[in-house]
Design a protein around this ligand. Structure first.
Ligand SMILES: Nc1ncnc2c1ncn2[C@@H]1O[C@H](COP(=O)(O)OP(=O)(O)OP(=O)(O)O)[C@@H](O)[C@H]1O
Length: 359
């Protein structure tokens, strides 16, 4: 396997975030050991697994290279893992790179021309590739050919270069940002959903056994419930709980140990961390539940606007704790309940707040 570059999500990440979905250095080192190696080991995503299984079996039966695959979904849901599984199931090598690493068409031409027949090319964050590279990719995906431009201006010539058949696995957190001509060139497209708690429990039991950690069912459920639907976060929380258990409980994880450990790391029962709670608390305690503008909210919690908008809010919105309305950010009834606060009485008027409470 070749790694051309480690990936980054391009979004601001609050430093040291235990519940951040992007991989940090420690994750990258441990993740290799925890990755499922074939479709049978891959937990959850039943539909994607079933469909992909058919695509790969059919390609193998034909003795052909598998169709190009597009995987979309939030960070940490298993896109890289699936791309490696595709290569393993096809008995093919894999080459890993990412959109931001390919700034010039020449960068892509160099990668494509060095692929072996049947190789899987995993292109993470494919939506962040430069336009000229993207256009080169169209032809490479469809005809296994690229035109390498030599020279500049009127004297420039295009030299066609034949490529061996390969399988492109593109991954994106933002499928909507892909231009239709690129999207249409994938033979198989799969959207990866957040995982159910029961699936994350299985991920945690599997990882615990690989890491040789003793954990009971309720301990795993406790971690799963705080993992924000994301296997990467589940594995990271498990590692922190393991540390705590080693120091305090001879390495055994049960519900009390999991819950006490995650309290130390300030990850609450629903998976909110300090930043998430600071945003909610400001919204409720300083602004009566809103509506309040994003910039004001960011100043109140002492963070950049982008950090609040891109790091904290998506999960709060997903959890139904915060709503983005045209008049500003508004807390939902569930937010008041989660922080154990009572909403002020007699709120009337045309605010988003009233709509949410009236619903
Ligand atoms: N279905 C799954 N079953 C078991 N473990 C999983 C599953 N999906 C992901 N994981 C684990 O979660 C970790 C993160 O997965 P992976 O790196 O594939 O996510 P990703 O979607 O590619 O993230 P990114 O978008 O940040 O690159 C890996 O260690 C992997 O072992």
């Amino acid at each position: 396997m070749n790694w051309d570059e480690t990936t980054d999500e391009g979004a601001p990440q609050a430093a040291d975030r235990l519940v951040g979905a992007s991989a940090d250095g420690e994750d990258q080192a441990v993740e290799a050991a925890l990755r499922p190696k074939d479709l049978g080991e891959f937990i959850g995503q039943e539909k994607v697994r079933e469909q992909l299984d058919l695509v790969l079996r059919a390609a193998r039966a034909r003795g052909a290279t598998a169709d190009h695959v597009l995987l979309s979904g939030a960070p940490g849901l298993g896109k890289t893992t699936l791309s490696m599984i595709i290569a393993a199931e096809m008995g093919a090598p894999i080459r890993i790179t990412s959109g931001p690493a390919i700034q010039h068409a020449g960068d892509l031409a160099a990668i494509l021309s060095s692929l072996q027949e049947g190789e899987v090319l995993f292109l993470d964050e494919i939506h962040r590739m430069s336009r000229p590279a993207e256009e080169m990719l169209y032809m490479a995906m469809e005809d296994f050919r690229v035109d390498v431009i030599v020279g500049k201006g009127p004297g420039a010539t295009a030299i066609p270069l034949e490529l061996p058949p390969f399988t492109l696995v593109g991954a994106t957190t933002r499928a909507g940002l892909l231009p239709p001509p690129l999207r249409d060139r994938f033979g198989f497209t799969a959207h990866m959903e957040f995982y159910e708690p029961a699936e994350l429990e299985r991920v945690i039991h599997r990882s615990a056994s690989l890491l040789d950690v003793e954990i009971d069912t309720v301990g795993a459920a406790e971690i799963a419930g705080r993992s924000r639907g994301t296997p990467r976060i589940a594995n990271r929380l498990l590692r922190r709980v393991r540390d705590y258990a080693q120091v305090k409980a001879e390495g055994r994880i049960d519900r009390d140990i999991a819950s006490a450990a995650l309290a130390v790391y300030e990850v609450d029962g629903r998976g909110l961390d300090r930043l998430d709670r600071a945003v909610l608390e400001a919204l409720l305690k300083l602004f009566g539940g809103g509506p309040v503008g994003l910039s004001t909210l960011a100043v109140a919690v002492g963070e950049e606007r982008e950090t609040v908008e891109e790091v904290a809010e998506p999960f709060l919105v997903r959890e139904g704790l915060l709503a983005r309305t045209p008049r500003g950010r508004v807390a939902t009834p569930a937010a008041w309940a989660h922080l154990g606060l009572t909403p002020p009485q007699g709120r009337t008027g045309a605010s988003g707040q009233q709509d949410l409470f009236g619903a």
